[in-house]
Design a protein around this ligand. Structure first.
Ligand SMILES: Cc1cc2nc3c(=O)[nH]c(=O)nc-3n(C[C@H](O)[C@H](O)[C@H](O)COP(=O)(O)OP(=O)(O)OC[C@H]3O[C@@H](n4cnc5c(N)ncnc54)[C@H](O)[C@@H]3O)c2cc1C
Length: 407
């Protein structure tokens, strides 16, 4: 059986689901496939316990996708980004730098939401879009591209003729492989632990990165949990150290993480499972092929620093939406696919390189390197023009002019 559609999305992770909501809301006929059905409850086995901090420029994309009004009630605002260097002899804060969003915008930097909840709201939104078919349990297997169409074979044997194929199928992207596009990968021997904590001291909407060695320890605000202030934590360390931490009894783990946090929020209490994520940097050599574009982790992967990963993916989507809207009769023409590559590749490469450098600086283990890092942090973040440019680079847009409207 052969079906036709405007756009076939391979991958129903957070990026692919957002793309399906956005392109469906823009009026395109969309099919989104993923062999792994989304897990939409926090306590279910295999639930994605990470959170995503959506930065300001991502909000209009979520509004256009009809998602923000569903997500906003569950989001914790991030008003201040705090960087702490704790690289001295003891793990105490020896340098604290604050970036207050109020310096450059009327809005917070961003809003933090659990990934399992994102999936739940995205799947609910898709069920209201009659022009979008979401097919969990079915995967992309192969593709043949012609001048006028891409002919995709799915794992259930269905053939789909699509004008445009979007590879949003993760870091080992089968679509990228089908196109024969290589990717450059950097491995750090590092992993991340992601989990949730409650604490006695309120976070006051401050997101904090504590640097010592092995990688950053990041606390991102969540709404209160059982009446107590709560935060999501991402703790990066070498692979063996993460394995040791993940298997510690809870009380020993709580004691180690409270020390590693420099005690800034008081005693940290573990309130979720500890999930482990491998850390790499990766960028595809090209972001498009005939009748195809690559987005999100199929195109780029970065260590979780500065909340860049999914926000870069939503910038991919914003760029793609602009292009397909001007070619709505045939969204897969080279004027879309090649322009998408040109619009995104350089920008993505810059961010992947920048985050790679930040990660290497944060991993520094020797006291000499850690002192150097503290000096560099101090110099960089004390000069207000540099600080403001860095804040804007984090936002990915032009500060006050980038204030968003709400849907
Ligand atoms: C610890 C941690 C914290 C993070 N925090 C943030 C943050 O605060 N802010 C931020 O912006 N980013 C953050 N990120 C990055 C963000 O989580 C990722 O960018 C995002 O989850 C990746 O989404 P994705 O949809 O591209 O990939 P994935 O979630 O990997 O989705 C890919 C999908 O493709 C599917 N697939 C595989 N094979 C096929 C096939 N044959 N056919 C169809 N589908 C297929 C898979 O089943 C999967 O569902 C963080 C990352 C980590 C590791």
């Amino acid at each position: 059986m052969r079906e036709t559609t405007d756009i076939l999305i391979s991958g129903g992770g957070v990026a692919g689901l957002t793309a399906a909501c956005a392109l469906g809301s823009a009026g395109f006929r969309v099919i989104c496939v993923d062999p792994a059905p989304p897990i939409t409850e926090s306590d279910a086995h295999g639930a994605d316990l990470r959170t995503t901090a959506f930065l300001q420029p991502s909000i209009p994309v979520l509004q256009g996708a009809g998602l923000w009004s569903r997500l906003e009630p569950h989001a914790a605002p991030l008003q201040v980004m705090r960087i702490i260097d704790a690289g001295g002899e003891n793990p105490e804060a020896r340098l604290i730098k604050d970036f207050d969003a109020a310096d450059i915008s009327d809005e917070p930097f961003g809003w933090n939401l659990p990934n399992w909840l994102l999936r739940r709201e995205m799947v609910a939104r898709l069920s209201g879009l009659s022009n979008v078919g979401f097919r969990p349990g079915v995967g992309f297997t192969r593709m043949l591209t012609r001048d006028t169409e891409a002919l995709v074979t799915l794992s259930d044997g269905t053939q789909v003729s699509a004008k445009l194929v979007i590879g949003a199928d993760g870091r080992t992207s089968p679509v990228r492989e089908a196109l024969g596009i290589a990717a450059r990968t950097t491995r750090y021997g590092q992993k991340a632990l992601a989990f949730a904590v409650t604490h006695a001291i309120p976070h006051h909407n401050v997101s904090t990165e504590v640097h010592r060695s092995g990688g950053p320890f990041t606390l991102v605000p969540l709404p209160d949990r059982d009446g107590r202030p709560a935060s999501a934590v991402v703790w990066m360390e070498s692979g063996p150290e993460v394995a040791r931490l993940a298997s510690l009894p809870v009380s020993a783990f709580e004691s180690e993480m409270t020390t590693r946090s420099s005690g800034i929020l008081g005693h940290l209490t573990l309130v979720s499972r500890r999930s482990v994520w491998p850390i790499i940097s990766q960028i595809a050599d090209r972001l498009s092929g005939p009748r195809t574009v690559l987005m999100a982790e199929a195109a780029h992967v970065v260590p979780p620093i500065g909340a860049q990963g999914l926000n870069m993916s939503l910038a991919d989507l914003a760029s793609l939406l602009d292009l397909v809207r001007t070619h709505s009769a045939d969204p897969g023409v080279p004027a879309v696919t090649e322009a998408f590559h040109r619009a995104r590749h350089l920008e993505v490469r810059g961010r992947v390189t920048g985050i790679d450098l930040l990660n290497r600086a944060s991993m520094a283990g020797s006291p000499v390197l850690r002192d150097l890092r503290a000096k560099a942090l101090d110099a960089l973040y004390s000069a207000s023009p540099i600080r403001h440019s860095l804040m804007r680079a984090g936002l990915g847009a032009g500060g006050k002019s980038a204030t968003s409207t709400r849907d």
